[in-house]
Design a protein around this ligand. Structure first.
Ligand code: G6P
Length: 593
Protein backbone atom coordinates (compact mmCIF):
# COMPACT_ATOMS: atom_id res chain seq x y z
CA UNK A 1 0.00 0.00 0.00
CA UNK A 2 3.07 2.18 -0.14
CA UNK A 3 1.77 4.40 -2.95
CA UNK A 4 -0.88 5.80 -0.62
CA UNK A 5 1.59 7.84 1.33
CA UNK A 6 2.30 6.98 4.93
CA UNK A 7 4.51 7.95 7.80
CA UNK A 8 5.07 4.66 9.61
CA UNK A 9 4.44 0.96 9.09
CA UNK A 10 4.11 -2.24 11.04
CA UNK A 11 3.35 -5.93 10.84
CA UNK A 12 2.16 -8.65 13.23
CA UNK A 13 2.16 -12.40 12.55
CA UNK A 14 1.17 -15.36 14.67
CA UNK A 15 4.12 -17.63 15.32
CA UNK A 16 2.99 -21.15 14.30
CA UNK A 17 5.50 -22.58 16.80
CA UNK A 18 4.48 -21.09 20.13
CA UNK A 19 1.34 -19.16 19.10
CA UNK A 20 2.88 -15.86 20.13
CA UNK A 21 2.28 -12.57 18.35
CA UNK A 22 5.45 -11.39 16.69
CA UNK A 23 5.30 -7.69 15.88
CA UNK A 24 7.61 -5.10 14.30
CA UNK A 25 6.76 -1.40 13.89
CA UNK A 26 8.78 1.50 12.61
CA UNK A 27 8.25 5.19 11.92
CA UNK A 28 9.23 6.42 8.48
CA UNK A 29 9.53 4.58 5.21
CA UNK A 30 8.98 0.85 4.69
CA UNK A 31 12.73 0.48 4.29
CA UNK A 32 13.05 1.15 8.04
CA UNK A 33 10.67 -1.68 8.79
CA UNK A 34 12.42 -3.98 6.33
CA UNK A 35 15.74 -3.24 8.00
CA UNK A 36 14.27 -4.00 11.42
CA UNK A 37 12.86 -7.31 10.16
CA UNK A 38 16.20 -8.19 8.57
CA UNK A 39 17.88 -7.60 11.93
CA UNK A 40 15.22 -9.31 14.06
CA UNK A 41 13.57 -11.79 11.70
CA UNK A 42 9.93 -12.78 12.00
CA UNK A 43 8.87 -16.44 12.29
CA UNK A 44 7.64 -18.24 9.15
CA UNK A 45 3.95 -17.56 9.54
CA UNK A 46 0.85 -18.12 7.42
CA UNK A 47 -1.35 -15.54 9.06
CA UNK A 48 -0.64 -11.90 9.75
CA UNK A 49 -1.65 -8.28 9.39
CA UNK A 50 0.25 -5.20 8.29
CA UNK A 51 -0.37 -1.51 7.94
CA UNK A 52 1.02 1.69 6.55
CA UNK A 53 -0.12 4.54 8.76
CA UNK A 54 -1.01 8.12 7.98
CA UNK A 55 -1.08 9.73 11.39
CA UNK A 56 -4.31 11.25 12.66
CA UNK A 57 -4.34 10.77 16.46
CA UNK A 58 -0.79 10.88 17.77
CA UNK A 59 2.38 11.73 15.88
CA UNK A 60 4.17 9.39 13.46
CA UNK A 61 6.36 7.43 15.92
CA UNK A 62 7.31 3.75 16.37
CA UNK A 63 4.99 3.61 19.37
CA UNK A 64 1.97 4.98 17.49
CA UNK A 65 2.54 2.77 14.43
CA UNK A 66 0.07 -0.10 13.96
CA UNK A 67 -0.63 -2.91 14.82
CA UNK A 68 -1.79 -2.21 18.36
CA UNK A 69 -2.43 -4.88 20.93
CA UNK A 70 -4.83 -5.34 23.81
CA UNK A 71 -3.88 -5.35 27.49
CA UNK A 72 -2.59 -8.92 27.51
CA UNK A 73 -1.14 -8.93 24.01
CA UNK A 74 -3.68 -11.43 22.74
CA UNK A 75 -5.19 -9.42 19.94
CA UNK A 76 -3.44 -7.27 17.33
CA UNK A 77 -5.32 -4.67 15.29
CA UNK A 78 -4.67 -2.32 12.41
CA UNK A 79 -7.05 0.50 11.68
CA UNK A 80 -7.80 3.22 9.14
CA UNK A 81 -10.15 6.09 9.88
CA UNK A 82 -11.08 8.06 12.95
CA UNK A 83 -12.93 6.78 16.01
CA UNK A 84 -14.88 9.83 17.04
CA UNK A 85 -15.79 8.74 20.56
CA UNK A 86 -12.33 7.41 21.37
CA UNK A 87 -11.65 9.95 24.14
CA UNK A 88 -14.69 8.80 26.13
CA UNK A 89 -13.86 5.14 25.56
CA UNK A 90 -10.24 5.70 26.51
CA UNK A 91 -11.29 7.38 29.74
CA UNK A 92 -13.53 4.44 30.60
CA UNK A 93 -10.70 1.98 29.94
CA UNK A 94 -8.24 3.99 32.02
CA UNK A 95 -10.70 4.19 34.87
CA UNK A 96 -10.94 0.39 34.71
CA UNK A 97 -7.16 0.20 35.12
CA UNK A 98 -6.03 -0.19 31.50
CA UNK A 99 -2.73 1.38 30.59
CA UNK A 100 -2.52 2.57 27.00
CA UNK A 101 0.91 2.79 25.49
CA UNK A 102 0.18 5.01 22.48
CA UNK A 103 -1.69 8.22 21.63
CA UNK A 104 -3.84 6.50 19.03
CA UNK A 105 -7.56 5.91 18.87
CA UNK A 106 -6.75 2.45 17.49
CA UNK A 107 -5.32 1.12 20.71
CA UNK A 108 -8.67 1.75 22.38
CA UNK A 109 -10.28 -0.63 19.88
CA UNK A 110 -7.57 -3.23 20.54
CA UNK A 111 -8.27 -3.14 24.28
CA UNK A 112 -12.01 -3.36 23.75
CA UNK A 113 -11.64 -6.31 21.37
CA UNK A 114 -9.47 -8.17 23.83
CA UNK A 115 -11.93 -7.59 26.66
CA UNK A 116 -14.66 -9.12 24.50
CA UNK A 117 -12.43 -12.12 23.68
CA UNK A 118 -11.71 -12.62 27.36
CA UNK A 119 -15.43 -12.74 28.02
CA UNK A 120 -15.48 -15.95 25.96
CA UNK A 121 -16.70 -14.93 22.48
CA UNK A 122 -14.68 -15.43 19.28
CA UNK A 123 -12.98 -12.65 17.34
CA UNK A 124 -15.87 -12.30 14.87
CA UNK A 125 -18.41 -11.63 17.62
CA UNK A 126 -15.93 -9.45 19.49
CA UNK A 127 -15.52 -7.33 16.36
CA UNK A 128 -19.29 -7.04 15.87
CA UNK A 129 -19.76 -5.89 19.45
CA UNK A 130 -16.90 -3.41 19.45
CA UNK A 131 -17.92 -1.86 16.14
CA UNK A 132 -21.41 -1.34 17.50
CA UNK A 133 -20.11 1.02 20.19
CA UNK A 134 -17.75 2.97 17.97
CA UNK A 135 -18.62 6.22 16.25
CA UNK A 136 -16.86 7.66 13.23
CA UNK A 137 -15.33 6.05 10.17
CA UNK A 138 -13.14 3.00 10.40
CA UNK A 139 -11.72 -0.12 8.87
CA UNK A 140 -10.25 -2.74 11.19
CA UNK A 141 -8.32 -5.89 10.59
CA UNK A 142 -7.49 -8.04 13.62
CA UNK A 143 -5.99 -11.36 14.68
CA UNK A 144 -6.36 -13.32 17.90
CA UNK A 145 -3.22 -15.29 18.76
CA UNK A 146 -5.32 -18.01 20.42
CA UNK A 147 -7.28 -18.51 17.20
CA UNK A 148 -4.60 -18.63 14.50
CA UNK A 149 -6.99 -19.74 11.75
CA UNK A 150 -8.88 -16.51 11.20
CA UNK A 151 -8.49 -12.83 10.43
CA UNK A 152 -11.44 -10.58 11.08
CA UNK A 153 -12.07 -7.26 9.35
CA UNK A 154 -14.79 -4.64 9.66
CA UNK A 155 -15.71 -1.47 7.88
CA UNK A 156 -17.80 1.65 8.26
CA UNK A 157 -17.34 4.46 5.77
CA UNK A 158 -13.79 3.45 5.02
CA UNK A 159 -12.81 0.89 2.38
CA UNK A 160 -12.04 -2.82 2.88
CA UNK A 161 -11.83 -5.45 0.15
CA UNK A 162 -11.40 -9.22 0.35
CA UNK A 163 -9.16 -11.02 -2.12
CA UNK A 164 -10.36 -14.56 -2.80
CA UNK A 165 -7.46 -16.86 -3.60
CA UNK A 166 -7.00 -20.60 -3.91
CA UNK A 167 -6.30 -21.93 -0.42
CA UNK A 168 -5.43 -18.42 0.67
CA UNK A 169 -7.42 -15.25 1.24
CA UNK A 170 -6.58 -11.61 1.71
CA UNK A 171 -7.88 -8.36 3.11
CA UNK A 172 -6.79 -4.94 1.92
CA UNK A 173 -7.85 -1.31 1.86
CA UNK A 174 -7.92 -1.74 -1.89
CA UNK A 175 -7.23 -4.41 -4.44
CA UNK A 176 -3.67 -3.16 -5.00
CA UNK A 177 -2.76 -5.01 -1.80
CA UNK A 178 -3.39 -8.45 -3.31
CA UNK A 179 -3.66 -8.02 -7.08
CA UNK A 180 -0.43 -9.94 -7.66
CA UNK A 181 -2.01 -13.02 -6.03
CA UNK A 182 -5.64 -12.90 -7.12
CA UNK A 183 -8.02 -10.81 -9.17
CA UNK A 184 -11.14 -12.22 -7.49
CA UNK A 185 -12.44 -9.68 -5.04
CA UNK A 186 -15.30 -9.21 -2.64
CA UNK A 187 -16.30 -5.70 -1.71
CA UNK A 188 -17.82 -5.22 1.71
CA UNK A 189 -20.83 -3.01 2.37
CA UNK A 190 -21.25 -0.47 5.15
CA UNK A 191 -21.22 -1.75 8.70
CA UNK A 192 -20.11 -5.25 7.81
CA UNK A 193 -17.72 -7.67 9.49
CA UNK A 194 -15.80 -10.24 7.49
CA UNK A 195 -14.03 -13.33 8.76
CA UNK A 196 -11.46 -14.89 6.49
CA UNK A 197 -9.81 -18.25 6.90
CA UNK A 198 -7.64 -20.26 4.52
CA UNK A 199 -10.83 -21.72 3.02
CA UNK A 200 -13.15 -18.78 2.62
CA UNK A 201 -14.75 -15.55 3.72
CA UNK A 202 -17.96 -15.06 5.72
CA UNK A 203 -19.69 -11.71 6.01
CA UNK A 204 -22.10 -10.47 8.69
CA UNK A 205 -23.56 -7.16 9.79
CA UNK A 206 -22.43 -5.48 13.00
CA UNK A 207 -25.47 -7.11 14.59
CA UNK A 208 -24.25 -10.57 13.60
CA UNK A 209 -26.82 -11.23 10.86
CA UNK A 210 -25.43 -13.00 7.78
CA UNK A 211 -24.70 -10.63 4.90
CA UNK A 212 -23.26 -10.70 1.40
CA UNK A 213 -20.38 -8.77 -0.08
CA UNK A 214 -20.26 -7.88 -3.78
CA UNK A 215 -18.10 -10.30 -5.78
CA UNK A 216 -16.22 -8.93 -8.77
CA UNK A 217 -13.21 -9.57 -10.91
CA UNK A 218 -10.52 -6.95 -11.07
CA UNK A 219 -9.28 -6.35 -14.58
CA UNK A 220 -6.76 -3.67 -13.69
CA UNK A 221 -3.04 -3.97 -13.52
CA UNK A 222 -1.22 -2.92 -10.38
CA UNK A 223 -0.71 0.68 -11.42
CA UNK A 224 -4.42 1.16 -12.22
CA UNK A 225 -5.37 -0.66 -9.02
CA UNK A 226 -3.37 1.80 -6.98
CA UNK A 227 -5.38 4.55 -8.57
CA UNK A 228 -8.62 2.70 -7.91
CA UNK A 229 -9.13 2.33 -11.65
CA UNK A 230 -8.69 6.04 -12.40
CA UNK A 231 -6.06 7.18 -14.89
CA UNK A 232 -4.50 9.65 -12.44
CA UNK A 233 -4.11 9.95 -8.70
CA UNK A 234 -5.43 13.46 -9.15
CA UNK A 235 -8.69 12.27 -10.67
CA UNK A 236 -9.01 9.69 -7.90
CA UNK A 237 -8.42 12.40 -5.31
CA UNK A 238 -10.98 14.69 -6.95
CA UNK A 239 -13.55 11.91 -6.68
CA UNK A 240 -12.55 11.24 -3.07
CA UNK A 241 -13.57 14.73 -2.02
CA UNK A 242 -17.03 13.94 -0.61
CA UNK A 243 -15.39 11.42 1.71
CA UNK A 244 -12.44 13.70 2.51
CA UNK A 245 -14.77 16.54 3.48
CA UNK A 246 -16.92 14.21 5.58
CA UNK A 247 -13.79 12.91 7.33
CA UNK A 248 -12.50 16.38 7.98
CA UNK A 249 -15.75 17.18 9.77
CA UNK A 250 -15.51 14.12 12.01
CA UNK A 251 -14.64 14.30 15.69
CA UNK A 252 -14.79 18.07 15.96
CA UNK A 253 -17.03 18.32 19.00
CA UNK A 254 -16.56 17.46 22.64
CA UNK A 255 -19.16 15.46 24.55
CA UNK A 256 -20.71 18.77 25.62
CA UNK A 257 -21.14 19.76 21.97
CA UNK A 258 -18.44 22.45 21.88
CA UNK A 259 -16.10 22.64 18.93
CA UNK A 260 -12.58 21.40 19.66
CA UNK A 261 -9.27 21.70 17.81
CA UNK A 262 -6.86 18.78 17.34
CA UNK A 263 -3.95 20.25 19.24
CA UNK A 264 -4.45 23.31 21.35
CA UNK A 265 -1.77 25.05 23.31
CA UNK A 266 -3.62 28.38 23.55
CA UNK A 267 -6.13 29.25 26.24
CA UNK A 268 -9.55 30.75 25.54
CA UNK A 269 -8.32 33.94 27.24
CA UNK A 270 -5.38 34.19 24.87
CA UNK A 271 -7.72 33.74 21.92
CA UNK A 272 -10.13 36.37 23.23
CA UNK A 273 -7.23 38.84 23.23
CA UNK A 274 -6.56 38.27 19.53
CA UNK A 275 -7.30 41.47 17.65
CA UNK A 276 -5.89 40.61 14.24
CA UNK A 277 -5.35 37.49 12.17
CA UNK A 278 -2.78 37.08 9.43
CA UNK A 279 -3.13 34.02 7.24
CA UNK A 280 0.02 32.86 5.51
CA UNK A 281 0.21 30.17 2.87
CA UNK A 282 1.49 29.34 -0.60
CA UNK A 283 -0.09 28.12 -3.83
CA UNK A 284 -3.49 26.49 -3.51
CA UNK A 285 -3.35 26.85 0.29
CA UNK A 286 -3.13 30.62 -0.18
CA UNK A 287 -6.44 30.62 -2.02
CA UNK A 288 -8.02 28.61 0.80
CA UNK A 289 -6.74 31.38 3.07
CA UNK A 290 -8.46 34.01 0.95
CA UNK A 291 -11.78 32.22 1.42
CA UNK A 292 -11.08 31.95 5.16
CA UNK A 293 -10.82 35.74 5.38
CA UNK A 294 -14.45 36.14 4.30
CA UNK A 295 -15.66 33.56 6.81
CA UNK A 296 -13.59 34.72 9.78
CA UNK A 297 -14.36 38.40 9.32
CA UNK A 298 -18.05 37.73 8.85
CA UNK A 299 -18.49 35.28 11.71
CA UNK A 300 -15.94 36.61 14.21
CA UNK A 301 -15.59 40.30 13.36
CA UNK A 302 -11.78 40.05 13.59
CA UNK A 303 -9.78 41.78 10.85
CA UNK A 304 -7.93 39.27 8.68
CA UNK A 305 -5.02 39.78 6.30
CA UNK A 306 -3.98 37.09 3.86
CA UNK A 307 -0.36 37.07 2.82
CA UNK A 308 1.83 34.88 0.66
CA UNK A 309 4.30 33.10 2.92
CA UNK A 310 7.19 34.08 0.72
CA UNK A 311 6.34 37.78 1.04
CA UNK A 312 5.42 37.90 4.70
CA UNK A 313 8.84 38.40 6.25
CA UNK A 314 9.97 40.99 3.78
CA UNK A 315 7.29 43.57 4.35
CA UNK A 316 8.15 43.92 8.04
CA UNK A 317 4.66 42.86 9.09
CA UNK A 318 3.05 44.43 12.13
CA UNK A 319 2.49 41.49 14.46
CA UNK A 320 2.51 41.24 18.24
CA UNK A 321 1.23 38.91 20.93
CA UNK A 322 -2.35 39.80 20.09
CA UNK A 323 -1.93 38.65 16.50
CA UNK A 324 -2.89 35.13 15.51
CA UNK A 325 -0.91 33.91 12.54
CA UNK A 326 -2.67 31.07 10.74
CA UNK A 327 -0.36 28.97 8.58
CA UNK A 328 -2.14 26.82 6.00
CA UNK A 329 -0.06 24.02 4.52
CA UNK A 330 -1.11 20.64 3.19
CA UNK A 331 2.36 19.18 3.57
CA UNK A 332 3.40 21.03 6.71
CA UNK A 333 6.89 21.35 5.23
CA UNK A 334 6.72 24.28 2.80
CA UNK A 335 9.87 26.26 3.55
CA UNK A 336 8.36 29.68 2.78
CA UNK A 337 5.52 29.06 5.22
CA UNK A 338 7.81 27.60 7.87
CA UNK A 339 10.14 30.59 7.77
CA UNK A 340 7.15 32.90 7.98
CA UNK A 341 5.82 31.27 11.17
CA UNK A 342 9.29 31.34 12.70
CA UNK A 343 9.40 35.05 12.01
CA UNK A 344 5.92 35.52 13.50
CA UNK A 345 6.83 33.64 16.65
CA UNK A 346 9.91 35.76 17.11
CA UNK A 347 7.57 38.76 17.20
CA UNK A 348 5.66 36.88 19.94
CA UNK A 349 2.53 36.27 17.92
CA UNK A 350 0.57 33.03 18.32
CA UNK A 351 0.61 30.54 15.48
CA UNK A 352 -2.12 28.13 14.48
CA UNK A 353 -1.45 25.58 11.73
CA UNK A 354 -3.96 24.06 9.34
CA UNK A 355 -2.21 21.01 8.01
CA UNK A 356 -2.78 17.56 6.55
CA UNK A 357 0.42 15.90 7.72
CA UNK A 358 0.46 14.94 11.34
CA UNK A 359 3.77 15.55 13.05
CA UNK A 360 5.26 17.59 10.20
CA UNK A 361 7.39 20.63 10.98
CA UNK A 362 4.83 23.43 10.70
CA UNK A 363 2.34 21.95 13.19
CA UNK A 364 5.20 20.97 15.49
CA UNK A 365 6.31 24.59 15.66
CA UNK A 366 2.79 25.99 16.11
CA UNK A 367 0.73 26.73 19.22
CA UNK A 368 -2.40 25.07 17.90
CA UNK A 369 -3.25 22.75 15.01
CA UNK A 370 -6.29 21.79 13.02
CA UNK A 371 -5.56 18.71 10.95
CA UNK A 372 -7.42 18.48 7.66
CA UNK A 373 -7.89 14.68 7.76
CA UNK A 374 -7.92 14.51 3.94
CA UNK A 375 -5.78 11.38 3.87
CA UNK A 376 -2.57 11.39 1.87
CA UNK A 377 -2.60 13.49 -1.28
CA UNK A 378 -0.34 11.99 -3.94
CA UNK A 379 -0.94 14.16 -7.02
CA UNK A 380 1.25 17.24 -7.01
CA UNK A 381 -1.66 19.60 -7.69
CA UNK A 382 -3.82 19.90 -4.62
CA UNK A 383 -7.54 19.08 -4.81
CA UNK A 384 -8.84 17.27 -1.74
CA UNK A 385 -6.23 19.26 0.14
CA UNK A 386 -7.94 22.49 -0.91
CA UNK A 387 -11.48 21.50 0.06
CA UNK A 388 -10.42 20.11 3.43
CA UNK A 389 -8.39 23.25 4.08
CA UNK A 390 -11.60 25.16 3.48
CA UNK A 391 -13.41 22.95 5.98
CA UNK A 392 -10.64 23.49 8.54
CA UNK A 393 -10.85 27.26 7.94
CA UNK A 394 -14.61 27.26 8.49
CA UNK A 395 -14.12 25.24 11.68
CA UNK A 396 -11.49 27.71 12.86
CA UNK A 397 -13.81 30.63 12.17
CA UNK A 398 -16.61 28.94 14.10
CA UNK A 399 -14.23 28.04 16.92
CA UNK A 400 -13.15 31.67 17.27
CA UNK A 401 -16.78 32.77 17.11
CA UNK A 402 -17.55 30.32 19.92
CA UNK A 403 -14.67 31.54 22.10
CA UNK A 404 -15.27 35.22 21.41
CA UNK A 405 -19.02 34.88 21.65
CA UNK A 406 -19.65 36.57 18.30
CA UNK A 407 -22.10 33.80 17.35
CA UNK A 408 -24.65 32.02 19.49
CA UNK A 409 -24.37 28.28 19.93
CA UNK A 410 -27.40 27.62 17.75
CA UNK A 411 -25.98 29.79 14.97
CA UNK A 412 -22.77 27.75 15.05
CA UNK A 413 -24.86 24.57 14.95
CA UNK A 414 -26.70 25.88 11.91
CA UNK A 415 -23.46 26.42 9.96
CA UNK A 416 -22.16 23.00 11.04
CA UNK A 417 -25.39 21.49 9.76
CA UNK A 418 -24.87 23.25 6.41
CA UNK A 419 -21.29 21.98 6.33
CA UNK A 420 -22.45 18.43 6.96
CA UNK A 421 -24.49 18.65 3.72
CA UNK A 422 -21.47 19.65 1.65
CA UNK A 423 -20.22 16.12 0.85
CA UNK A 424 -23.56 15.60 -0.89
CA UNK A 425 -23.19 18.89 -2.77
CA UNK A 426 -19.70 17.90 -3.93
CA UNK A 427 -21.03 14.53 -5.04
CA UNK A 428 -23.68 16.31 -7.11
CA UNK A 429 -20.87 18.13 -8.94
CA UNK A 430 -18.90 14.91 -9.46
CA UNK A 431 -22.00 13.32 -10.94
CA UNK A 432 -21.84 16.09 -13.56
CA UNK A 433 -18.22 15.31 -14.46
CA UNK A 434 -19.20 14.23 -17.99
CA UNK A 435 -20.63 17.70 -18.71
CA UNK A 436 -17.34 19.25 -17.63
CA UNK A 437 -15.26 16.79 -19.64
CA UNK A 438 -17.31 17.66 -22.72
CA UNK A 439 -16.56 21.31 -22.02
CA UNK A 440 -12.85 20.53 -21.83
CA UNK A 441 -13.04 18.69 -25.16
CA UNK A 442 -14.69 21.72 -26.78
CA UNK A 443 -11.95 24.01 -25.50
CA UNK A 444 -8.91 21.85 -25.98
CA UNK A 445 -7.44 24.30 -28.47
CA UNK A 446 -7.68 27.32 -26.19
CA UNK A 447 -4.41 29.11 -25.56
CA UNK A 448 -5.69 31.58 -22.95
CA UNK A 449 -8.48 31.05 -20.44
CA UNK A 450 -9.80 33.65 -18.02
CA UNK A 451 -11.64 33.02 -14.75
CA UNK A 452 -13.96 35.48 -13.03
CA UNK A 453 -15.35 35.43 -9.51
CA UNK A 454 -16.46 37.78 -6.77
CA UNK A 455 -16.34 37.58 -2.98
CA UNK A 456 -15.70 33.94 -1.96
CA UNK A 457 -15.88 33.04 -5.65
CA UNK A 458 -12.83 35.18 -6.42
CA UNK A 459 -10.30 32.83 -4.76
CA UNK A 460 -12.10 29.99 -6.55
CA UNK A 461 -11.44 31.75 -9.86
CA UNK A 462 -7.79 32.13 -8.90
CA UNK A 463 -7.58 28.44 -7.95
CA UNK A 464 -9.26 27.42 -11.22
CA UNK A 465 -6.65 29.41 -13.14
CA UNK A 466 -3.80 27.96 -11.08
CA UNK A 467 -4.99 24.43 -11.81
CA UNK A 468 -4.96 25.12 -15.55
CA UNK A 469 -1.48 26.61 -15.36
CA UNK A 470 -0.16 23.73 -13.27
CA UNK A 471 -1.64 20.91 -15.31
CA UNK A 472 -2.37 22.11 -18.82
CA UNK A 473 0.48 24.66 -19.00
CA UNK A 474 -2.00 27.18 -20.33
CA UNK A 475 -2.02 30.88 -19.90
CA UNK A 476 -4.81 31.26 -17.39
CA UNK A 477 -5.70 34.22 -15.19
CA UNK A 478 -8.26 34.70 -12.45
CA UNK A 479 -9.83 38.07 -11.84
CA UNK A 480 -12.23 39.64 -9.39
CA UNK A 481 -15.35 40.44 -11.40
CA UNK A 482 -15.30 44.13 -10.55
CA UNK A 483 -11.66 44.61 -11.46
CA UNK A 484 -12.13 43.62 -15.08
CA UNK A 485 -12.97 47.02 -16.38
CA UNK A 486 -9.81 48.41 -14.78
CA UNK A 487 -7.50 46.70 -17.20
CA UNK A 488 -7.92 42.97 -17.77
CA UNK A 489 -10.84 43.51 -20.12
CA UNK A 490 -8.26 44.58 -22.70
CA UNK A 491 -7.31 40.91 -22.94
CA UNK A 492 -10.76 39.88 -24.12
CA UNK A 493 -10.99 38.99 -27.77
CA UNK A 494 -13.41 37.06 -29.89
CA UNK A 495 -14.23 33.56 -28.58
CA UNK A 496 -11.88 33.81 -25.59
CA UNK A 497 -13.17 31.32 -23.00
CA UNK A 498 -14.08 33.01 -19.71
CA UNK A 499 -15.13 30.75 -16.85
CA UNK A 500 -17.39 32.59 -14.42
CA UNK A 501 -18.17 31.53 -10.86
CA UNK A 502 -21.57 33.07 -10.26
CA UNK A 503 -22.43 33.76 -6.59
CA UNK A 504 -25.71 32.48 -5.17
CA UNK A 505 -28.71 34.73 -5.74
CA UNK A 506 -30.16 36.89 -3.04
CA UNK A 507 -26.86 38.15 -1.60
CA UNK A 508 -27.31 41.91 -1.69
CA UNK A 509 -25.80 43.22 -4.91
CA UNK A 510 -23.19 40.52 -5.29
CA UNK A 511 -25.04 38.41 -7.83
CA UNK A 512 -26.22 41.39 -9.84
CA UNK A 513 -22.73 42.87 -9.99
CA UNK A 514 -21.27 39.59 -11.16
CA UNK A 515 -23.83 39.49 -13.94
CA UNK A 516 -22.71 42.92 -15.10
CA UNK A 517 -19.11 41.68 -15.26
CA UNK A 518 -20.17 38.73 -17.36
CA UNK A 519 -22.08 40.99 -19.72
CA UNK A 520 -19.07 43.24 -20.09
CA UNK A 521 -16.83 40.44 -21.35
CA UNK A 522 -19.54 38.90 -23.44
CA UNK A 523 -20.21 42.19 -25.18
CA UNK A 524 -16.57 42.11 -26.28
CA UNK A 525 -16.82 38.70 -27.84
CA UNK A 526 -15.83 36.42 -24.95
CA UNK A 527 -17.28 32.92 -24.82
CA UNK A 528 -18.81 32.72 -21.33
CA UNK A 529 -18.88 29.47 -19.40
CA UNK A 530 -20.91 30.01 -16.26
CA UNK A 531 -21.15 28.01 -13.05
CA UNK A 532 -24.36 29.11 -11.40
CA UNK A 533 -26.72 27.67 -8.82
CA UNK A 534 -29.78 25.67 -9.75
CA UNK A 535 -32.83 27.84 -10.30
CA UNK A 536 -30.81 30.92 -11.24
CA UNK A 537 -32.54 31.85 -14.50
CA UNK A 538 -31.12 35.36 -14.69
CA UNK A 539 -27.81 33.94 -15.89
CA UNK A 540 -29.25 32.05 -18.87
CA UNK A 541 -29.15 34.92 -21.41
CA UNK A 542 -25.50 35.64 -20.68
CA UNK A 543 -24.11 32.12 -20.50
CA UNK A 544 -22.82 30.56 -23.72
CA UNK A 545 -22.40 27.40 -21.67
CA UNK A 546 -23.88 26.72 -18.27
CA UNK A 547 -23.01 24.21 -15.56
CA UNK A 548 -25.28 24.09 -12.56
CA UNK A 549 -24.07 24.20 -8.96
CA UNK A 550 -26.18 23.00 -6.03
CA UNK A 551 -27.77 25.72 -3.92
CA UNK A 552 -25.54 26.40 -0.93
CA UNK A 553 -24.78 29.45 1.25
CA UNK A 554 -22.43 31.98 -0.33
CA UNK A 555 -19.56 31.43 2.11
CA UNK A 556 -19.60 27.68 1.51
CA UNK A 557 -19.96 27.91 -2.27
CA UNK A 558 -16.21 27.47 -2.92
CA UNK A 559 -16.56 23.85 -1.78
CA UNK A 560 -18.82 23.03 -4.70
CA UNK A 561 -17.72 25.65 -7.23
CA UNK A 562 -14.10 24.51 -7.30
CA UNK A 563 -15.00 20.92 -8.27
CA UNK A 564 -15.82 21.55 -11.96
CA UNK A 565 -12.71 23.73 -12.27
CA UNK A 566 -10.55 20.87 -10.98
CA UNK A 567 -12.25 18.44 -13.35
CA UNK A 568 -11.84 20.86 -16.25
CA UNK A 569 -8.10 21.25 -15.70
CA UNK A 570 -7.55 17.53 -15.14
CA UNK A 571 -9.43 16.60 -18.30
CA UNK A 572 -7.90 19.30 -20.49
CA UNK A 573 -4.38 18.32 -19.37
CA UNK A 574 -5.18 14.67 -20.09
CA UNK A 575 -6.41 15.57 -23.59
CA UNK A 576 -3.20 17.51 -24.18
CA UNK A 577 -1.18 14.45 -23.19
CA UNK A 578 0.43 15.89 -20.06
CA UNK A 579 1.43 14.03 -16.92
CA UNK A 580 -1.34 15.21 -14.63
CA UNK A 581 0.09 13.74 -11.44
CA UNK A 582 3.56 15.13 -11.87
CA UNK A 583 3.42 18.32 -13.88
CA UNK A 584 6.68 19.67 -15.23
CA UNK A 585 8.78 21.84 -12.90
CA UNK A 586 6.52 21.32 -9.88
CA UNK A 587 7.03 19.49 -6.60
CA UNK A 588 4.51 18.35 -4.05
CA UNK A 589 6.39 19.73 -1.14
CA UNK A 590 8.69 22.68 -1.72
CA UNK A 591 11.26 22.62 1.05
CA UNK A 592 13.45 25.41 -0.28
CA UNK A 593 12.74 29.11 -0.03
C1 G6P B 1 3.64 23.45 -3.97
C2 G6P B 1 2.58 22.57 -4.63
C3 G6P B 1 1.24 23.27 -4.59
C4 G6P B 1 0.88 23.65 -3.17
C5 G6P B 1 1.95 24.53 -2.55
C6 G6P B 1 1.75 24.76 -1.08
O1 G6P B 1 3.92 24.52 -4.77
O2 G6P B 1 2.94 22.27 -5.96
O3 G6P B 1 0.23 22.39 -5.10
O4 G6P B 1 -0.34 24.31 -3.15
O5 G6P B 1 3.23 23.90 -2.69
O6 G6P B 1 1.94 23.54 -0.41
P1 G6P B 1 1.49 23.27 1.06
O7 G6P B 1 1.94 21.86 1.34
O8 G6P B 1 2.22 24.26 1.95
O9 G6P B 1 0.04 23.44 1.16
Amino acid sequence: MEYRGYDSAGIAVIDPGDGALAMRKKAGKLANLEKEIAEVPLPDAVIGIGHTRWATHGGPTDRNAHPHTGRNGRVAVVHNGIIENFATLREQLERAGHELGSDTDTEVAAHLLELELESGVDLTVAMQRVCSVLEGAFTFVAVDRLDPERIVGARRNSPLVVGIGDGENFLGSDVAAFIEFTSDALELGQDQVVTITREGAAVTTFRGEPAEGRRYTVDWDLSAAQKDGYDWFMRKEIFEQPRAVADSLLGRRSTSGRLVLDEMRLSDDELRDIDKIIIIAAGTSFYAGMVAKYAIEHWCRIPVEVELSSEFRYRDPIVDNQTLVVAISQSGETADTLQAIRHARKQRSKVLAICNTNGSTIPRESDAVIYMHAGPEIAVASTKGFVTQLVACYLLALYLAQVKGTKYGDEIDAVLAQLSCMPEGIQTMLDRAEEVYALARRHRDASTVLFLGRHAGYPVALEGALKLKELAYLHAEGFAGGELKHGPIALVENQLPVLCVVPPQGRDFLHEKMLSGIQEVRARGAHTICFAEEGDDTIVPFADELIRLPRVPVLLQPLVAVIPLQLFACELATLLGHDVDQPRNLAKSVTVE
